[in-house]
Design a binder for this molecule. Structure first.
Ligand SMILES: [Zn+2]
Length: 311
């Protein structure tokens, strides 16, 4: 998996971590009392209690930025490069027809010449995704688009460094070492593409799609810290991948359902000078195009759609 490391140099970045601090506060309960002078009255009884609370601390730090390995240049399929799809192989149910089909969720939207082990692996990743409300929303939307004779071809390949979705032949190519968050990312690309179903439109907004897919992926990890700590995402972050580092700051402006809630001036500065810059200059993304919608929230249309039924 190790590839050539290309030095990118030192860069000032905001580094945040969570610290627990002990805070004391007044725990007050209202009560009634009988005052001999003034009759029945109401009062408040307080006592000091303390608890540990998480506090986010941030500082600026020079970070050595290296060529990251995840998910690898060319990811996203924005250049439409042929990547050897395998055509529409339709999996055959187990013999007899009475046995329950293995990997039912995976087989519903994916096709591919996979071994039983691979189907199980894919199904397990999908189960984790469906277990998350947002992931379930995405899966349901994909199920409406991809079914019976029109499924996403799925390819496990060691040759692929990370994962990618190619809209032209509707193929996800996936390194077997990648995990469910990366699968969710690629499924999001398939969903994004199908909203317009037009390769030229897709090409003109590849950076837009990447930003939304990365943020969706990050939100998925946020709800499961165990997955986050073992994720492809954290590996990329440790290596100084600017996409991960810049995407995480989106949570200060866009909530988990894709709605804006932050400060709009700071958001514009962050969007134009940090986020876009990080994505446009990422090795392999240099030729990807960005469509500057006047309303930046257009970039989160799909995230809003798949979280419609989530709290
Ligand atoms: Zn992508």
């Amino acid at each position: 998996m190790q590839e050539e490391i290309k030095t990118r140099g030192w860069e000032m970045q905001r580094v945040c971590y969570t610290e627990f601090v002990y805070v004391e506060y007044n725990d007050c309960n209202g009560f009634t009392y009988e005052d001999p002078e003034y009759g029945l009255g109401f009062g408040t009884e307080c006592r000091k209690v303390g608890k540990w609370e998480p506090v986010e601390r941030c500082h600026d730090e020079l970070v050595y930025v290296q060529e990251p390995w995840y998910p690898g240049p060319g990811e996203g399929g924005g250049n439409g490069g042929g990547n050897g799809g395998n055509g529409g192989y339709v999996p055959i149910p187990p013999e007899g027809g009475t046995q329950p089909m293995t990997a039912p969720n995976a087989r519903k939207i994916f096709s591919g010449d996979l071994t039983e082990e691979q189907w199980k692996k894919l199904e397990n990743m999908l189960k984790k995704i469906i277990n998350d409300c947002m992931g379930e929303g995405l899966y349901k939307e994909l199920s409406k688009i991809f079914n019976s004779n029109n499924k996403i071809s799925f390819n496990f390949s060691d040759k692929e460094k990370g994962a990618k979705y190619s809209p032209i032949n509707n193929v996800i190519t996936f390194n077997p070492n990648m995990e469910s968050g990366t699968l969710l990312h690629e499924m999001m690309h398939a969903y994004q593409y199908k909203q317009k179903n037009d390769v030229d439109i897709w090409r003109n907004q590849t950076i837009n799609s990447e930003i939304e897919s990365h943020y969706t992926q990050y939100l998925y990890y946020c709800r499961d810290t165990v997955s986050y700590n073992e994720s492809d995402w954290i590996k990329g972050k440790i290596r100084g991948d600017k996409r991960m580092l810049s995407t995480e700051k989106l949570e200060y402006y866009i909530d988990k359902k894709g709605n804006f809630y932050g400060d709009s001036i700071n958001f514009e500065i962050y969007w134009d000078y940090t986020l876009l810059n990080c994505f446009k200059t990422y090795p392999g993304y240099e030729n990807y195009k960005y469509t500057p919608y006047e309303d930046r929230m257009v970039n989160f249309n799909n995230l809003r759609k798949i979280t419609e039924n989530c709290i």
